[in-house]
Design a protein around this ligand. Sequence first.
Ligand code: HEM
Length: 475
Amino acid sequence: MADQSTPEAPAPGADSPGSADSVRALGSEDSVRAPGSAGSASASGSAGALGSTSSERTAPLASPSGGPISRRRLLGTAGATGLALGAVGGAAGYAAAPSAEADRTTPLSSVGADQVMFHGKHQPGITTALQARGHLVTFDLAAGAGRKEAAALLRRWSETARRLMAGEASAQDDTDVARDAGPSSLTVTFGFGYSFFARTGLEEQRPDALDPLPDFSSDHLDKARSNGDLWVQIGANDALVAFHALRAIQKDAGSAARVRWQMNGFNRSPGATTQPMTARNLMGQIDGTRNPKPTDTDFDQRIFVPESGSGDPAWMRYGSYAVVRRIRMLLDDWEKLSLKDQEDVIGRKKSTGAPLTGGSETTEPDLEKTDSGGRLIIPINAHARITRPDQNGGAAMLRRPFSFHDGIDRDGVPDAGLLFVCWQADPLRGFVPVQRKLDRGDALSKYIRHEASGLFAVPGGAAEGEYVGQRLLEG
Ligand code: HEM
């Protein structure tokens, strides 16, 4: 646990869920505000997890129990006292409806008050800072349901997502599970799988980029837990808020679609570390250091479908492609390795995430450096060496995973690992070349197993008054 107080500034990829500012959504279009604030606070210039500078991220944490008071916390106070709730959505949100016993002046903590905007150029949940809880769920359209039913469903889902992300109740039959909580950085993101297009008679609109991923020799894929017509990613910094959204989305599906599979994940909770830092995975590694950052000049080009000229259908403008892999970690084997062996597998220090060739988490690794015996210090098959864009024809992706733990399986080993979600403008230039390389010889491969897979076209964000996917379904 000593690692968690690493004195150095966290990497630009820092997840930093605990920072008062870090839970902001990132990217100029993916902004966040506190309930009750009169306008949306642009994320640019904020200490957001995926794109902030280290100086921005060294701000001390604000905790519900005290410490420095953040701007958002103040906004949360405004929201709770109902100063400007109309600006958020015009409806009384949970945050504005304290129980009779509650003190009406008690502000939400910054965690509860954080709100990510539903409408925007891109859908939320892509550049948004990692949330503590996540649900990935796919639906197949029911027999007899086609384009019309799908359009109605996406309209219902979008309205539910918009309301819940603003901290409001569902339009109908709300379950009260999120009552008392603020939006808690809830995001709901929608995508379409390959099979959706035949089901809805929209084959001509199916992007080539959705062609099924190639088989990889190390795959152990469970078809029942792979792919699906429609994909929904839910993330929030509160477990009940995330569950509430999941139930609302499932109920909205009604008779139009049935759940195909569901996976539940988590990340570190806001406030758990003394300063913002990149997330750790269940192998204990700092994971996410070298993610592309929204401040990179080529970030949009790598992650989002451009306005034109990409060969994608027009409805995918400003969208992205999500590759989802349920990757089991063979933790019993991994944990038997010595620290040195674990670090050689990745090529980075477990404690700080620094390259084995020295420096801090953000230091550029020296891939040529050898020890006194002439051996490469970062082994030739180290994961962090062979996944680099410069080793893969420039391939890059934004990794935004959740960890999972589904108990102990029949063999008595933990059913735990990574719900690997990566985002890119083109999976053939992002995930595929890197996974091909990993499949051929990654030191990490011995300790992981890909158990399920999905590829989804995630359209751009909905404008005000629009629903997600409207340009496809009504185009
Ligand atoms: C359970 C499975 C995995 C674990 C535990 C894992 C862990 C890590 C760690 C610790 C790093 C170094 C820190 C960082 O830059 O984030 C890293 C880097 C990276 N990983 Fe993985 N990884 C896994 C699977 C994958 C998969 C399936 C892919 C893609 C096919 C992938 C792509 C990358 C990339 C692109 C980088 C950054 C390379 C760079 O830009 O320098 N990883 N991973």
